[in-house]
Design a protein around this ligand. Structure first.
Ligand SMILES: [Zn+2]
Length: 69
């Protein structure tokens, strides 16, 4: 398995993270989360907010989250 050193996108807001920037969290199950800033880190891990409800993230869903059936 090769790990790309190219840019990643933030696991919270979706913004591109350049290599060497941001934070990486490795979970106990081996999955990795990337954060572009401590702001995103805090929102996901401490505040446990939903990125789809925050206008400053790329994951924001205009008009609210659509529930698919
Ligand atoms: Zn971010």
């Amino acid at each position: 398995m090769s790990v790309s050193l190219s840019s990643k996108s933030c696991s919270f807001c979706g913004n591109t993270i350049r290599f060497g920037e941001g934070r990486i969290l490795v979970r106990n199950d081996g999955s990795m989360l990337y954060f572009c800033s401590s702001k995103c880190w805090k929102n996901m891990l401490v505040l446990k907010r939903d990125a789809r409800k925050l206008k400053w993230t790329r994951r924001y869903v205009k008009g609210g989250i659509k529930v698919s059936r």
